[in-house]
Design a protein around this ligand. Sequence first.
Ligand code: SAM
Length: 465
Amino acid sequence: MQYPKPFTDRMQRMLGEEEFSIFLEALQQAPPVSVRINKAKAAPAPGLQPVPWTETGFYLPERPLFTLDPALHAGAYYVQEASSMFVEQALRQAVNLSEPLHVLDLCGAPGGKSTHLASLLSPQSLLVSNEVIRSRASILAENIAKWGSGNVLVTSNDPRDFSRLNDFFDVMVVDAPCSGEGMFRKDAHAMEEWSEENVNLCAQRQQRILMDVWDALKPGGVLIYSTCTWNEQENEQNIAWLAEQEGAESIKLQLQPEWGVVPAQLEGVEGYRFYPHRVQGEGFFIAVVRKAGEEQPLHGKSKKKKYKLSIAGKKEQALVGDWLQQPGQYTFVQHGEKISAIPENLFEAADEVYQHLYVVYAGTELAEIYGKKLKPLQGLALSQYLDRSVFTTAELDLEQALRYLKKEDTCLGTSGNDWLLLEYKGLPLGWAKQIGNRINNYYPKEWRIRMELPAELPSGSFVIG
Ligand SMILES: C[S@@+](CC[C@H](N)C(=O)[O-])C[C@H]1O[C@@H](n2cnc3c(N)ncnc32)[C@H](O)[C@@H]1O
């Protein structure tokens, strides 16, 4: 593999002659495959090797055809590169996760960090998961819905729009768009795109992004910055610049020597690098800073009278009222024909977000009103808090599950006139409507599996137990 010379020259300088050759060798190896389990839905298959810095990450011995595992579509796990799971250490070490927090994941799509954050935060916390590119925000919303946490708002805004939410967030994750050197072995395109000029442009864009969102972080709040590149400009130089501009204080993380994570210091700022010859993962950089000033308690109830969110009508509320476990903990809101559940204690904060940002997905989407009836929505099927006892369920075998996920109409040998919650290994996949002995498939069209099924299907899930 021919790497750009300025890149190899710099890596040689950063690593030294001997380590550089081991690094180059590691770049030729196949990347490890790892997943993060959604413990609210499933347990890992026995015997999987854990990713050492997270409680829910595991390596797989080989890369399966993930598309053919219905458990993935059910949100039972997320396929994620292992180094980036280190965000868990940053959060656990720098933030009190048992408190109710307002958290922003600014560069959220496709949702690796956001689904991870959703698993780590308490249900009393609000996660705003943002993605500026609209088409990517839809993919983010899909992955958030599949994860099923219910305390997430997906927004699609430019970083500068967040200045409207002054001092709102306790924690921000900025997983910035970068030159992607750490992805060279996974993605040949990253290398083709690479140039010194692009590194400079990325570094400037990252500074702009950091400045744009900084005012939305509360005094005393924590910002976690990460990239998947190794150069200093996009990493510690940017964080040193932020510390100098804003008086942010660098937070040092405790590392286990066996992790193989390499600390990086610059002008009193601490960062952490991940190299493929030292960790089982791709290239990554992470740093954590705290904004100067006293931590403020969460905003109490505001005196605001005019809400942007509309409460669903009594009739509609009565219909959806028993679909989630502990329905008393939610406020049911209506947006057009759609009814969603927002955790009651997050209503004020969610409304604040609605006042200022473009919200793509909120809480748990429960139902759509059509005429005098309600159609259950995909968000409900995939919710971690769905009360399954309220619905008629049908267990599918692997082929039936995959055909359902391809959005084919099927016949299950059942009859009736009811909504059916279709499951695979007890994991809800989505809705179908039974009309006599016919089944209409209500799986979202945009989410469907597009590949042709092979003649021989794999034997079950290789990831979950
Ligand atoms: C490294 S990726 C994020 C990966 C994501 N955090 C995850 O873990 O799945 C960076 C994201 O930033 C978005 N992005 C691109 N330009 C941006 C900008 N100017 N401001 C904010 N985000 C941007 C990209 O669309 C991309 O989704």
